[in-house]
Design a protein around this ligand. Sequence first.
Ligand code: SAM
Length: 187
Amino acid sequence: LGSVYVALIHYPVYDRKRLPITTSIKGIDLHDISRTCKTYGVKAYYVVQPLESQHTLAKRISEYWQDGPGGQFNANRKEALELLRVTKTIEEMERRIIEEEGQEPIYISTDGRSLPWSQPFEKVRENILRSDRPFVILLGTGDGLDEAILKETDIFLEPIQPKAEFNHLSVRSAAAIILDRLLADRE
Ligand code: SAM
């Protein structure tokens, strides 16, 4: 098993009309997904956000819990948020991962829709557990990851509940289900 990273992408994603946009950072995504990442042994939680002004919010939240009064008040929140890293682009994230791991990561993209090349959870789990390469699980915001990402990534994961009539999970719930299916300890 190599290292597993999670990346929450704010650009390029779609808006409701499927036009490419940059979404804003939401505090709840930082808190909740970092806790899930920490629980499942994820090495770092990257938030990819091209707008510098948006980084301030992430930094303020992170600093409050890391160095400010928050860490004493809630130590496990501090521990989870230690995983958080903010970059402007996927390329910048990739450079940092390569620096740390000494090899290129394998990208796994996720979406609520099926595509002909979707891979089942079990197969992707096996792949991760047997490999010594780093993996990055890409999660979308807004109305989901740009199709170019879904086409270009090494692995496109099958959706959770593909036949559900209502398929609009929050990214936080999707992150928890995906990490559990891919990384949960089994007897
Ligand atoms: N505005 C929403 C929010 O507040 O959470 C963001 C929705 S965003 C499109 C949801 C992301 O969660 C998707 O881009 C994908 O990464 C993941 N996701 C949602 N439903 C999924 C499903 N059925 N299977 C796999 N991943 C899913």
